[in-house]
Design a protein around this ligand. Structure first.
Ligand code: HEC
Length: 124
């Protein structure tokens, strides 16, 4: 039982540290398009806040941050057809920014995203 509680505390700590780093990465690399409150810009830049597209498939978002994204997508029932350039972020930075965006503005990720998973997803 105590070990269990200890593990939960440890995991939360990991998440807090990763999110703090992720917030800085977000403010430098993402905020111009997706805005500081994660709402994006209507019809142009999709929202990350309460995004069904993001939260239903974080693995897909990890690839999109690495490789970039273009073409039609639907986020919360609204269509977008723009281009997001490849972020140029390292796997560690992608891990941290993903932990930030999937746990901010009302989003809650059941799992803490780990560097080793991101590396595996990106084939690194
Ligand atoms: C130059 C503007 C721009 C920047 C900078 C940018 N994005 Fe995007 N992002 C877009 C556009 C445009 C789309 C939708 C692309 C499409 O329509 O196919 C998108 C889509 C997304 C999506 C999937 C759709 C959704 O809303 O859930 C996620 C997640 C995302 N961006 C996260 C990020 C993160 C994190 C960063 C910073 C590392 C970032 N973006 C930087 C423009 C940008």
């Amino acid at each position: 039982m105590f070990i269990f509680i200890f593990l939960i505390l440890l995991l939360q700590d990991d998440l807090q540290v990763s999110m703090q780093k992720g917030k800085k990465i977000y403010e430098t690399n993402c905020v111009t398009c997706h805005s500081s409150n994660g709402e994006g810009v209507p019809s142009i830049f999709p929202p990350l806040a309460k995004s069904d597209y993001l939260m239903s498939n974080p693995t897909r978002a990890i690839k999109q941050l690495h490789f970039g994204l273009s073409g039609k997508i639907v986020v919360n029932g609204k269509g977008y057809n723009g281009t997001m350039p490849a972020s140029g972020l390292t796997p560690q930075q992608i891990t941290d920014v993903m932990n930030y965006i999937t746990n901010s503005w009302g989003n809650k990720n059941k799992e803490v995203i780990k560097l080793k998973d991101v590396k595996k997803i990106l084939g690194k």
